[in-house]
Design a protein around this ligand. Sequence first.
Ligand code: UTP
Length: 325
Amino acid sequence: MRAIIPVAGLGTRLKPHTHSLPKVLLNVGGKPILGHILDKLVEEKITKATFVVGYLGDKIEKYVTEKYPKIKADFIEQKEMLGLGHAIYTAIPTFDEEEIFIILGDTVFDVNMKQIFSLKTSALGVKTVDDPRRFGVAITENDFITKLVEKPTEPVSKLALVGLYYLKNSKSLADALNELVEKDIRTKNELQLTDALQIMIERGEKISTFPVEGWYDCGKPETLLSTNQFLLSQNGKAIPIENVVINEPVFIADTAKISNSVIGPYATISEGCEIKDSIIKNSIINENGIVHKTMLDNSIVGSNAIIKGNFKKLNAGDSSEIEFY
Ligand code: UTP
């Protein structure tokens, strides 16, 4: 089995954080998004992976090689962002005879991989969604996909492809990707993986689906924060700190220094942070962030950022009404 992880995107929707850090290295629930994915792969003993890199790819390479020495990693550069189909096409030189598991680098999945890898045919992860217009969708008959449509304008199916693709036959995937690129088949101006998989189906490849209930996007600030909530609710414990009220679930790194504060619920406090006289809930504070005298909710604070507030000084008379927004 070889995992293919496309991580070349610009992460535009997560600016300013992605100015200096690739999206997949942003912290969520106590470690980089990519770390959650790689931990699962290592658990399943998948040791070969191709990373399709582009923007800030050197940082991804450094992270993977330092933190995951057990993974035999190939890094292939996608020079132009032409879409997911093109990203996987770029990875073809690393394909071997083995099965392929494509997993988007910016999504945390809660799935039973053992079950997926025991399937007899290729299969794509799907979830029923109310509005499938921004996804690829699958039309199925007797457990197999008869047609795939990228970003449907007509309501042909609500079974959305969520970013997990288990493909048994790397050769027929490579052939379909080559055709996609040679014929320059585009949907919404992008070379789509969905369209390459449709070519495989037209050529007779049997592809089924598997349900994915736990699917946590990290592509926008609000989804990054809700994924942070989910991950902490699974595993968010901290050891007590003197003069600090901890409302679990939280993640607090060992090297974070916190005093006279209220942390949580759903706060991620990364390595080297310094939090003093503050209240932080439902937020992610990245490495070495400093927060003093500040109340934060629904917030993301970048690495090395400094946030300093102050207490109010009031001389409020009886029956006065003062509101701070
Ligand atoms: P997205 O389109 O969600 O990610 O692609 P993005 O482009 O980084 O984000 P925005 O839209 O600018 O905010 C999903 C995954 O596929 C990869 C991305 O890196 C991300 O992990 N991808 C997408 C590629 O590697 N190459 C592409 O051409 C497109």
